[in-house]
Design a protein around this ligand. Structure first.
Ligand code: ZN
Length: 829
């Protein structure tokens, strides 16, 4: 079913000055918009009974017939005023009383306390018919008024509020009104309309569209939008058998006649008409901004409409005898917003467009590469394909045959902490990442903190976050996280979590291997996950063990998914223990089995045989002074000859050295060096980080190839080379050199799969209306360059990166542009 747009928020055009003065500006702006496919339609402006501007721009249909002054557009919700006019006519004939219950006229109407006036004022509390129809209609049904009424009779959905309690725009009010009009006039609405309004006013191009219409008048305009520079139909939908809420067709010239007739008594008496322009009243005596089919804002009365392909607007200022009518069929409401601003003397911004030509488009869905161009308008992808040509004066980026793909979404990132110092986010954008998902491994910032940060310091990348279990435990349990939470603590943690998800957090993240969370029993985690699930969030976890207990840890996350009925993701999936190398096959088949059971379990993975963390994770039993455990760590968990201490403020001379090298320096074994580092860090209350060489290439490749694994970096700004190189390493080493998967699949795992497995909307695919987060790269040269000893080296082959339509990175350098947004789950990002 196509998207239905109902525009009810109106900006009144309050203006004292004459509109005449704005016409020159308006004309050149409309020409600019038209040349950029941002305006296609008809506009008429009149003042003091004289038309001062009336012009058509563009085409009437996909066969590209030009619009003419008689072109007749689908008015969408601007139609409503005609139905209230018919109601007023019946009122004058004594056939309709506004204050009678609807049931008086429609005996089977299932609500006994709604009046006709409440329908016209949108204060009835009726629910939207499209919602009901979407639930109960099949794809091939076309709904008409009788069927809509039957549906309400049959299902009797609950009212949204008590009639008269508030104003809420709802199309069902007007479809019901139309049924009353037909009943009371004894005629189909379209006939009554034609006899009593269209004919008497001489409206030659105005009619109610209905299913029995045998053919369209030649003046009929069709909705469309551009795809690959070609107009494609964007017109009638299955609900178009219904009249009342929409479905009147008219031209700007006819609407002007209609507007002028409203100053006379050609249709109804002025005293009757005054009722239409009076605001509605609620039960408590408050006024609304809506009359009978008109928005009323002081001196200005107006209505807008939106339907598949069409955006329409009429505005009248009767006291100044001003009228503005704009009817568009190009599925774009931008021009109407700009016209209103120009006429009211407000500042306005013209859309900026950029075309990226000669690129191999890899769209992020896994579809095969195709050659073409892509156009950005402001912050969104506007169009793509092989038929796009530059508009006059447009910014052109020649892609020179490189690949253009959606910007990469890194759904396990630790970069957020360095954004204050480096808002250009070079670690991310230099490898093509345009969105980072923060709050991982159980550690996070609150949404309010992030919101405040973004206000103070805009950044180059988009950021979304999970809410960390460890952070919540530390908040409530202070230093006592080495025990289960009490019932009271758990209750409070659930409340905070729920509230954070409502504010925009993606869900709950845990780092059960870490000490703040390790002592939380499974039942406690499940309780938290249930709260996340109830709030519509997801669950992502650095599981309880990646080595000796990995199988149990996998069982635990599966159980969490099952019990809490929540999507669960294993963070940076890996096998960090020599004795279990090769078990990736078993683990993946267990995950597949869980999916068959109905658990939405997924994973992310970074492409290195080494991890980075605190050296304490090398003691799975948390016995940090045990020689036996230290021996086990350096023989079974990591290779001490390659594992490097990357951060050790207590003794910076150790930084950059392997455990073996440190042992040699201090004349101790690698195990002793490890014990000493942990002890010193504890005594000096300082941190420590180690890059542990620990995984097998075979397991990494198996995990990367799994259908439900997306790519992550798990990186920050330096330390482990993944912070600057994870995504480009996939593209260079694993795709180009080792060919473990096609390039299109790798991009899918970096973009739309990551978006889907995170709950990020409108990003991750090259598609019209998606945000223009883009990366242009050379698939022949792209590669990671960062290493442990040079962990800030930027990648090769990433030519240009856009975030929300703005260029943030060009050939090795950030641009000091900060268009990143804080992405909140609750919003359509
Ligand atoms: Zn982690």
């Amino acid at each position: 079913m196509k998207k239905i747009v109902v525009i009810i928020c109106l900006l009144p055009v309050f203006v004292q000055a004459q509109w005449k003065k704005q016409i020159t500006t308006l004309d050149s702006v409309l020409q600019y918009l038209y040349e950029r496919q941002q305006f296609n339609g008809s506009i008429l402006i009149a003042e003091n009974g004289k038309v001062i501007y009336h012009k058509q721009f563009g085409i009437a249909d996909t066969a590209k017939h030009a619009l003419t002054p008689s072109s007749s557009f689908n008015l969408a919700s601007v139609s409503k005023q005609f139905f209230t006019m018919m109601a007023m006519m019946l009122y004058e004939e004594g056939k309709l009383d506004y204050d009678k219950p609807v049931q008086y006229y429609l005996q089977n109407f299932p609500y006994n306390n709604i009046t006709v006036r409440q329908l016209m004022n949108h204060t009835s509390g009726l629910p939207e018919y499209f919602d009901l129809a979407s639930k109960h209609m099949t794809l091939i049904d076309t709904l008409d008024n009788a069927a809509a009424l039957n549906m309400f009779e049959q299902y009797k959905p609950a009212l949204v509020f008590k009639p008269g309690e508030r104003f809420e725009y709802c199309n069902t009010n007007y479809t019901t009104l139309a049924s009353i009009i037909a009943k009371q006039s004894g005629k189909a609405c379209e006939i009554f309309f034609n006899e009593r309004i269209a004919k008497p006013l001489g409206l030659k191009n105005t009619y109610i569209y209905h299913l029995k219409l045998k053919s369209y008048p030649s003046s009929r305009v069709f909705g469309f939008h551009y795809e690959n520079n070609q107009p494609v139909p964007d017109d009638l939908v299955a609900f178009d058998g219904i009249v009342g809420d929409g479905n009147v067709y008219s031209s700007a010239a006819d609407l002007y006649k209609w507007d002028q007739a409203l100053y006379t008594e050609k249709l109804v008496k002025q005293s009757t008409l005054r009722e239409a322009f009076k605001v509605g009243k609620l039960n408590n005596g408050d006024s609304t901004d809506y009359g009978f089919g008109w928005m009323i804002m002081g001196d200005t009365i107006a209505h807008s409409g939106g339907w598949a392909g069409f955006r329409t607007y009429i505005e009248r200022i009767p006291r100044q005898k001003k009228t503005m009518i704009t009817l568009t069929n190009g599925a774009n409401g931008l021009a109407i917003r700009i016209i209103k601003k120009i006429l009211s003397g407000q500042s306005y911004q013209l859309p900026q467009t950029e075309i990226i030509t000669n690129v191999n488009l890899i769209d992020g869905t896994g579809s095969v590469v195709r050659h073409g161009n892509l156009r950005i308008v402001d912050n969104c992808i506007y169009d793509l394909g092989d038929k796009l040509q530059p508009f006059p004066g447009e910014t052109v980026t020649n892609g020179e045959g490189q690949v253009l793909s959606p910007g990469f979404i890194d759904n396990h990132s630790h970069l957020a902490g360095s954004l204050e110092e480096k808002p250009g986010a070079i670690a991310a954008v230099s490898q093509g990442i345009t969105t980072i998902i923060s709050g991982q491994d159980g550690g996070s910032e609150m949404i309010d903190t992030l919101t405040a940060f973004f206000k103070k310091q805009p950044v180059a990348v988009n950021v979304a976050t999970y809410t960390g279990f460890g952070t919540l435990r530390e908040k409530l349990m202070k230093a006592q996280t080495n025990r289960p939470a009490t019932a009271e603590e758990l209750k409070m943690m659930k409340e905070i979590l729920t509230n954070e998800i409502k504010k925009g957090s993606l869900g709950l993240s845990t780092g059960l291997e870490y000490e703040q969370e390790f002592y939380a029993p499974k039942a406690e985690v499940i309780e938290m996950a249930k709260a996340a699930s109830a709030a519509g969030g997801r669950y992502i976890s650095h599981i309880r063990s990646e080595d000796i207990q990995i199988e149990n840890a996998v069982e635990e996350i599966i159980e969490i998914g099952r019990e809490a009925k929540i999507p669960v993701q294993i963070s940076h999936i890996k096998i960090a223990m020599r004795g279990k190398w090769g078990k990736s096959v078993d683990i993946l088949s267990r995950l597949e089995q869980a999916r068959v059971e109905g658990i939405n379990i997924t994973a992310d993975c970074y492409p290195y045989t080494m991890w980075s963390s605190t050296p304490r994770v090398l003691f799975p039993k948390k016995d940090f002074d045990s020689r036996t455990s230290a021996e086990f760590a350096v023989t079974q968990l990591i290779d001490p000859s390659g594992s490097v201490i990357t951060h050790f403020p207590a003794d910076t001379a150790m930084e950059g050295k392997t455990l073996d090298a440190i042992g040699l320096m201090k004349q101790e074994t690698a195990a002793e060096a490890l014990l000493r580092i942990i002890r010193t860090a504890r005594e000096k209350n300082a941190g420590a980080a180690i890059v542990g060489v620990s995984m097998s290439e075979t397991d990494i490749k198996n995990f990367l190839r799994w259908n439900y694994t997306n790519i992550c970096s798990d990186g920050g700004d330096g330390g482990h080379p993944r912070g600057y190189g994870a995504f480009t390493r996939i593209l260079g080493k694993y795709v180009r050199e080792e060919k473990i998967m096609p390039l299109e699949t790798a991009i899918f795992k970096m973009t739309s799969l990551a978006a889907e497995q995170t709950g990020i909307l409108n990003r991750g695919i090259l598609q019209r209306h998606y945000f223009a987060d883009l990366v242009l790269f050379n698939p022949q040269t792209v590669k990671d360059n960062s290493t442990i000893s040079d962990s800030h080296a930027v990648s090769s082959g990433i030519s240009k990166v856009w975030v929300n339509g703005k260029v943030v990175y060009v050939n090795g350098k950030t641009t000091n542009t900060f268009p990143g947004k804080l992405l909140k789950k609750t919003e359509i990002n």
